[in-house]
Design a protein around this ligand. Structure first.
Ligand code: HEC
Ligand code: HEC
Length: 269
C-alpha cells in the first residue's frame, strides 16, 4: 500500500495565482488610469488649441470686417453727392433760397414751399436738376408752386447745386404744418409707404427715396396730388424715381393723403 504523496504545491499555486491576478489587476487599473489621464490631458490640449484657433479666426474675421467697413466708408465718402463741395459758397447761394425756404430751411407756409432741412443731398440735387430741365415746374397752370421754383434752379450750375446742397445739410429748421387729419387711419396706410421711405419716414438711399419726416403736411398732400394727377412722375424716361412713386399716389383718396400727412408728422424727431 502506498500512501498518496502530500501535495503542498496546490495551495501555493493558488496563492501565487491570486497575487499574480491581484498584481495584474492592479497593473491594469494603473495602466487604465494612466491612459485615462493622458487622454484627458490630450483632450484638454485639443480644446486649448481649438479655443486658440477659434480666437485667432475670430480676430482675423473682425480685422477683415473692420477693413471692409473702412473701405465702404471711403467709398461712400467718394460717392457722396457733396464730396468736395464748398459749404461757404453754398451758404452765399442759399441767401436767395432763404427768401422762400426760410433761413433755417424750415419752409414757408404762406408760399407753400417745403422745408429743405434734413433732406438728403442726393435728393435735393436731383430735384434741382428736374426743376432746371423742365421735369418739374414747367407748367404754371397745373403746378403753380413748382413754376415758382423752376426759375431759381435755372440760375444754378452743377457746382452751385452741390455747394448749396452741402450747406442745406447743415440746416436744422423744423417744418410748420397747416392741415389736420386722422393719424391712426394714416398709420395703416403708411405700411406700404414704409417699404420705400423706411418705417420711420427716414428715406432709403438705395431706393433714392426722400425722407418725409421734416416735410410740411400741406407739401406732402400737394406732392401726392401731383403724382396722382401726372404732374410729377408721368415720364419714366425723364423721371425714373417719380414714376416709381406715381402709382402709389394713384391708390390714394384726398382723405388718405391728409391722414398720411397727419401720421408722417408724428414720425418727426
Ligand atoms: C420764389 C420762391 C422760391 C425760391 C427763391 C426758391 N424756392 Fe425752392 N421751392 C419753392 C417752392 C414753392 C417749392 C415747392 C414746389 C412744389 O410744390 O412742387 C420749392 C421746391 C424746392 C425743392 C424741392 C424739395 C422737395 O422736397 O421736393 C428744392 C430742392 C428747392 N426748392 C430748393 C431750392 C433752392 C436750393 C433754392 C435756392 C437756390 C430755392 N429752392 C429757391 C420756392 C422757392
Ligand atoms: C416703390 C417705392 C415707393 C413707395 C411704395 C412709395 N414711395 Fe413715395 N417716393 C418714392 C420715390 C423714389 C420718390 C422720389 C421721387 C423723385 O425723385 O422725384 C418718392 C417721393 C415721394 C414724395 C415727394 C417728397 C418730396 O420731397 O417732394 C412724397 C410726399 C412721397 N413719396 C410719399 C409717399 C407716401 C405717402 C407713400 C405711401 C402711400 C409712398 N410715398 C410710397 C418711392 C416710393
Amino acid at each position: 500500500m502506498s500512501s498518496k504523496p502530500k501535495n503542498t504545491g496546490g495551495p501555493l499555486v493558488i496563492t501565487f495565482s491570486f497575487v499574480l491576478i491581484g498584481m495584474l489587476a492592479f497593473g491594469f487599473t494603473g495602466l487604465a488610469k494612466t491612459a485615462k489621464d493622458s487622454y484627458a490631458k490630450n483632450q484638454s490640449e485639443i480644446t486649448r488649441l481649438q479655443d486658440a484657433q477659434k480666437l485667432e479666426l475670430q480676430s482675423r474675421s473682425e480685422k477683415a470686417k473692420a477693413a471692409i467697413a473702412q473701405k465702404a466708408e471711403l467709398k461712400a465718402q467718394a460717392a457722396s453727392p457733396v464730396a468736395g463741395a464748398n459749404v461757404e459758397i453754398g451758404k452765399a447761394k442759399y441767401m436767395l433760397c432763404a427768401t422762400c425756404h426760410g433761413p433755417n430751411g424750415e419752409g414757408m407756409t404762406a408760399l407753400k414751399s417745403p422745408a429743405l432741412a434734413g433732406q438728403s443731398a442726393e435728393y435735393i440735387i436731383r430735384q434741382l436738376q428736374y426743376f432746371k430741365h423742365g421735369v418739374r415746374g414747367a407748367d404754371p397752370a397745373k403746378d403753380m408752386q413748382g413754376s415758382m421754383m423752376a426759375p431759381m434752379a435755372k440760375m444754378l450750375s452743377d457746382d452751385d447745386m452741390t455747394n448749396v446742397a452741402a450747406y442745406i445739410g447743415t440746416l436744422t429748421g423744423k417744418a410748420q404744418h397747416t392741415l389736420t387729419g386722422d393719424a391712426n387711419a394714416g398709420k395703416a396706410k403708411y405700411m406700404l409707404c414704409a417699404t420705400c421711405h423706411g418705417p420711420n419716414g427716414e428715406g432709403m438711399p438705395a431706393m433714392k427715396s426722400p425722407g418725409l419726416t421734416n416735410l410740411p403736411d400741406y407739401y406732402i398732400v400737394s406732392q401726392l396730388q401731383n403724382f396722382k394727377h401726372g404732374v410729377r412722375g408721368a415720364d419714366p424716361a425723364k423721371d425714373m424715381q417719380g414714376s416709381m412713386m406715381a402709382p402709389m399716389a394713384k391708390m390714394l383718396s384726398e382723405e388718405d393723403m391728409k391722414n398720411l400727412a397727419a401720421y408722417i408728422k408724428t414720425l418727426a424727431k
